[in-house]
Structure formats: structure tokens, C-alpha cells
Write a protein that binds this ligand. Structure first.
Ligand SMILES: Nc1nc2c(c(=O)[nH]1)N=C([C@H](O)[C@@H](O)CO)CN2
Length: 116
């Protein structure tokens, strides 16, 4: 199976369970791997036939920037649903990293895989 991927998409947002976290914006980093048959756009050389990683990235930035969830689990689930429902993706692997959230760790977060 082919994939289209987005790696290291950094977005600042309100995220966290503590009071101090509700008053600031923190960086999150998204990595996505989306199942897609790339043979058709490869044959036509047409952007309309692709899963357009720029369009997906812009939608995720729009959604995450406006979101205010407590848990990274909730946000990861919602973003995976957007990719599946709005872009017709059959399966998505999504890693959501919250760098700097735990002293001594480069990053923490969740990774999920969802399919329609
Ligand atoms: N599994 C999770 N654990 C924790 C989360 C989370 O969203 N999912 N969040 C926090 C705090 O918000 C933390 O990031 C603040 O440093 C703690 N554990």
C-alpha cells in the first residue's frame, strides 16, 4: 500500500490539563502517514488526483490552532477523524508529540492508527 505523509508539522495551541496550561499556547508536532493509491496521480501528473499534503496540512493547522482540548488523546482522535472524513483516507497513522512537556524527555505524546 502506498502512503502520503506529513512529518514534523508544528502547531501552537492551548493543550493540557493544568490551570497554567489553559493560559498559554504550547507547540505540538504532528506526523501523519495516510494510505493512498499513488498510481493514479503518477499516471496523470495531476494535483487533483492526489491526496494533497498541502491541503491536509492547512486543514490540520486551522483545526488545531482553534482547539482547546485537555488531553493529547482527544486532539489526536479528532484530527484522525478529519483526515478520514474530509479527505477520504481509508487508514491513517498519526503521532502527536508534545515536546518539552516532561522535564528530561525530548518529547511525549500518543500515536494512533484509525481506519474508516
Ligand atoms: N496520556 C497523557 N498523559 C498526560 C497528558 C495527556 O494529554 N495525555 N497531559 C498531561 C499534562 O497536560 C502535561 O502535558 C503537562 O506537562 C500529563 N499527562
Amino acid at each position: 500500500m502506498d502512503h502520503v505523509f506529513i512529518e514534523g508539522l508544528q502547531i501552537d495551541t492551548v493543550i493540557g490539563i493544568y490551570d497554567w496550561e489553559r493560559r498559554i499556547r504550547q507547540p505540538l508536532v504532528f506526523d501523519l502517514e495516510m494510505a493512498f493509491d499513488n498510481r493514479i496521480p503518477a499516471a496523470t501528473d495531476a494535483i487533483a488526483d492526489t491526496l494533497d499534503y498541502k491541503a491536509v496540512s492547512h486543514r490540520i493547522v486551522e483545526y488545531v490552532t482553534a482547539s482547546e482540548f485537555g488531553l493529547v488523546e482527544t486532539l489526536a482522535e479528532r484530527v484522525a477523524a478529519i483526515v478520514i472524513d474530509e479527505f477520504g483516507v481509508s487508514r491513517v497513522r498519526l503521532k502527536l508529540s508534545k515536546p518539552g512537556a516532561v522535564r528530561g524527555a525530548r518529547s511525549v505524546g500518543v500515536s494512533i492508527e484509525r481506519s474508516r
